[in-house]
Design a binder for this molecule. Sequence first.
Ligand code: FMN
Length: 183
Amino acid sequence: MISNETIENILTRRTIREYTPEQISENELETLIKCAMWAPSARNLQPCHLRVVQSKRFLDEMNVDFKNLVGWDTPAYTRWDKNPFYHNAPTVMFIFSKGRSDMDGGIMTENIALAAKSMGLGTCIIGSIGALMNHDEGIKWKKKLDIPYDYRFLIAVAVGHGNEEPEPKERKSGQFKIVKADD
Ligand SMILES: Cc1cc2nc3c(=O)[nH]c(=O)nc-3n(C[C@H](O)[C@H](O)[C@H](O)COP(=O)(O)O)c2cc1C
């Protein structure tokens, strides 16, 4: 197999759910935003809007609204009982768009995750907070993030200095086939 820095980063990225309190640097943040903005999009419509939150108070208040809505006793997501939705990462990047642009949002997300990995940072992609964001009760949060109420939350990415080294999660085999022209 071919190996280079990009391939190494793809193969060794892991979801991180424990972070140190240390904030990422301004340079790192600027780089992540640039990599997000340089993601390709269908017909180059560039539909995604990014909001970066670096306020623990803001995120903890959002977490209370989220867990009040979903239920504090619902073991809905990984480490639900012990972590807030954003796993205490110091930076969370929220991606919104008008209409359905899940593909574009997903591609932007992976740009962020891999760029972060290449800088030695950990990430967790977060879909769960969509339960709040895309609910009527999320309108208040969109307002705080300066996002129009009719924009849809697509996904978020928590970023920070990882404080764990999770084992790789096995990938399923047999999920691909190679079809070649018969000649
Ligand atoms: C679209 C999407 C949504 C996810 N949402 C959450 C989430 O809300 N909370 C969480 O802790 N992890 C979330 N994850 C992380 C996945 O659980 C994780 O990627 C998966 O278990 C594979 O582990 P790995 O990333 O270490 O390879 C999400 C991942 C993706 C791609």
